[in-house]
Write a protein of this length. Structure first.
Length: 95
């Protein structure tokens, strides 16, 4: 059994279904090695890709929602885990 703490992103930009990074990290450690390619067919906020990047895995992700794609791209380009929200960004994913 794994104990995975829930992540609270109060005041940060996020998508509605963000997975805890500890869960993604465990799955990637058990299923891949450095340099492997990780596929995420539902990219969302880019959580799997961000963790894969941190663990030195390559990644491919698909996303059909432009706002989610741009958010994931920003997280990956800036190599940042969390993005602090201003008023406009907090509204971005609640539409």
């Amino acid at each position: 059994m794994w104990t995975i703490p829930r992540e609270y992103w109060n005041g940060d930009v996020k998508t509605p279904t963000k997975l805890p990074s500890a869960l993604v990290e465990k799955i990637l450690h058990y299923s891949s090695v450095e340099g492997d390619v990780v596929l995420d067919p539902f990219l969302g906020s880019g959580q799997v890709a961000v963790v894969a990047q941190r663990l030195r895995r390559r990644y491919i992700g698909f996303e059909i929602v432009p706002a989610y794609f741009e958010f994931a791209k920003r997280r990956l380009q800036e190599a940042t885990y969390r993005i602090t929200a201003d008023a406009e960004q907090q509204d971005l994913f609640s539409r």
